[in-house]
Design a protein around this ligand. Structure first.
Ligand SMILES: Nc1ncnc2c1ncn2[C@@H]1O[C@H](COP(=O)(O)OP(=O)(O)OP(=O)(O)O)[C@@H](O)[C@H]1O
Length: 292
């Protein structure tokens, strides 16, 4: 299902959470939706999952607005950081309710994932730890087999081992049943190898939407003597610099840089992680708008 977002804005009383965002997402890809706290990620995901209407602009899934549209929403599953499952129910009841909502629901998958995350159907939701509740959300997100699965920081309380089980399960599901997956997280280093494309939002605006491959090609860190680094970076877009005792490191973003030139100047070159790139580009001092 294609997602088309045009000039989308969302204002909450005084706060502009999203500002004139235009974006297209093709089907069957894994997207990383990144940005600092308060950037507007949750707002975007909630608009996509039909929780509310935009203030202006449009969001279309296969040409239709998701808001109050069962026809579209049966194909979209949004898992939040706080799922707010009904306390008086048991895990199996929650799964039963979810299975009634999503036409492609897989009971078999849900059962297998219960085992993976050490949950039992008879457990009462009231007695689940925060991490177990997150695991239940993840089980629903994967077993629903919706064409669009959105995970908004889905793993509050999950320990590292359970998080890696989630990444493995996500990839296994994606390979078996390709779908559009949108994953928003602050643990970027843990998952960035899953992203096929990255969408970065800053203060409600789109900073860029690029393939992971492009991002890595367009970023370069050079280090060496201050003089050599300065001569290489002159006229280029520098997103981070650090100096110590006559040595300097600079991170560049925006072009396919000539690495041979850097090496010929005696510089050391390194690649930059997506997490670092996100941090550098969203620093408040980094005011520049990049080519989305
Ligand atoms: N219901 C609301 N009423 C008023 N302001 C809101 C509401 N929801 C979000 N906001 C504000 O809108 C902005 C965007 O919030 P949003 O939750 O979309 O950001 P986010 O990128 O998901 O942040 P985080 O990474 O911290 O979850 C923030 O300034 C937030 O305070």
């Amino acid at each position: 299902m294609k997602i088309e977002i045009k000039n989308l804005s969302k204002k909450y009383t005084e706060k502009i959470a999203l500002n004139d965002l235009t974006l297209e997402l093709e089907e069957n890809k894994i997207y990383g939706l990144l940005g600092r706290n308060g950037a507007g990620k949750t707002t975007l995901m909630q608009l996509l999952a039909g929780y509310m209407l935009p203030t202006s602009g449009s969001i279309k899934v296969n040409g239709q607005s998701p808001f109050d549209n069962r026809d579209v929403l049966k194909d979209i599953c949004l898992i939040n950081e706080s799922n707010n499952f009904m306390n008086r129910l048991k895990v199996k009841d929650i799964l039963k309710i979810a299975s009634l909502f999503y036409p492609n629901w897989s009971n078999e998958k849900a059962e297998r994932l219960l085992e993976t995350f050490n949950l039992k159907g008879k457990m009462s939701v009231k007695g689940l730890s925060k991490g177990m509740e997150s695991a239940l959300g993840i089980i629903i997100g994967l077993a629903s087999r919706t064409k669009i699965a959105i995970f908004d920081e889905p793993y509050i309380g999950l320990d590292a081992s359970a998080r890696y089980k989630f990444y493995d399960a996500l990839l296994e599901e994606y390979e078996e049943y390709p779908r559009t997956i949108i994953l928003s997280t602050h643990l970027i280093d843990e998952v960035s190898n899953l992203f096929e494309e990255v969408i970065l939002i800053k203060n409600g605006e789109l900073l860029f939407h690029r393939t992971t491959e492009e991002l890595l090609e367009l970023t370069l860190k050079v280090s060496g003597s201050k003089h050599a680094v300065n001569s290489f970076i002159e006229g280029k877009e520098v997103i981070h610099e650090a100096e110590l005792a006559g040595q300097k490191a600079a991170t560049l973003f925006g072009e396919r840089y000539d690495k041979r030139e850097a090496i010929s100047l005696g510089l050391t070159i390194e690649s930059v992680t997506i997490q670092h790139l996100m941090v550098y580009l969203t620093e408040e001092t980094q005011g520049g708008k990049l080519h989305a």
